[in-house]
Design a protein around this ligand. Sequence first.
Ligand SMILES: Cc1cc2nc3c(=O)[nH]c(=O)nc-3n(C[C@H](O)[C@H](O)[C@H](O)COP(=O)(O)OP(=O)(O)OC[C@H]3O[C@@H](n4cnc5c(N)ncnc54)[C@H](O)[C@@H]3O)c2cc1C
Length: 342
Amino acid sequence: MYDVLVIGAGPAGSTAAKVLADRGLRVLLAEKCALPRYKSCSGVLIKRSMDLVKLYFGENVPLSVTCEPAENRGMIFTNDCGREYRFAQEGLNVWRSSFDNWLAEKAGESGAQVRDCTTVVACEEKDGFVEVTLQGKETFVEKAAYVLDCEGVVGAVRRRLRKETLECITTYQTFNEGTIDLDPHYFYAYLQPELSEYDAWFNVKDNLLVLGVSVKDPARIPLFYDRFLGYMRERHNLRINRQTKEEKWLMPHVRPGCRIDFGMGRVLFTGEAAGFLNPMGEGISAGMESGFLAANAVAAHFEDPRRVCDVYRDSAAGLKSYMERQWDLVAGMAGTFREMAF
Ligand SMILES: Cc1cc2nc3c(=O)[nH]c(=O)nc-3n(C[C@H](O)[C@H](O)[C@H](O)COP(=O)(O)OP(=O)(O)OC[C@H]3O[C@@H](n4cnc5c(N)ncnc54)[C@H](O)[C@@H]3O)c2cc1C
């Protein structure tokens, strides 16, 4: 019997597992992929994420998880009228496989049992515990007093429990050898409705030019991606010599009001599984903070499961309000996000 079974070794899950293990609880962190696992991402750690790493993990993000240029100097975004906004901020440019693996290792060093290649396929609350079915080389069952579901956007366990699908946006990005007249230290987001159905973006990782679009209807990826390439060629002198990789992923489709599902009873949702995501797809900070807050609620009220979810929800009010303010800010700058204004 574990005290807490954490599903998913992303920023939310590894933070939660570390915090719980640090408090002396018996923790299993189950990750369906082999670690280090791949995650499609721009890999920008904003200052808030760097500060949370320092706060929860007691050290700075190591340079070994960064890619070139290691320093991210902020975000520049162009709104639906073509106006440019520049937000200078200290940040880091990381490979998610390395960064997330480092977080999982830290959870392990704190005493959490980390099991990769292990998928949680079901969990069911019983009288006084949660019964969790896992699939590795074989299928087996574990019991835990609590489950923290940190499984990210796909959220298959959450979907089974809630009997509803989290609404998603599809992301598509390519990695390319080539040249462009933009500063590689910045993350660029483009909010013109003709370039994407959410946002389009550009950044640089280890000298590769990363170009992406996000869409509500995946069938429209080629249309928007071609238009975005055309725009970048014309405005920023983009030249692509060779595409080295392409990938599709999902992110939560955040709606007005920023609905968050905190979970119920002995099963709590965190990170993207709960619906946390800031504008321009910044989700690492919210993942880590919600993982921390859920873990805190469990550790502080372990013997009182009726209070745990409410305590988590209340303690995350500030995080939710930060997310709402971020969306409100973007809504004030771009008509494409006006529906998100409060
Ligand atoms: C294209 C793109 C670019 C992005 N760029 C940025 C960025 O630059 N900066 C930023 O802050 N955010 C960015 N994000 C968002 C960020 O990646 C996510 O918000 C963040 O990873 C969420 O963390 P999480 O821990 O909730 O979930 P995840 O990081 O998705 O981790 C969930 C983990 O759970 C595992 N899992 C899933 N189901 C199961 C199961 N049933 N059993 C066991 N394990 C399971 C998964 O394999 C995964 O390892 C981007 C997202 C996308 C799609």
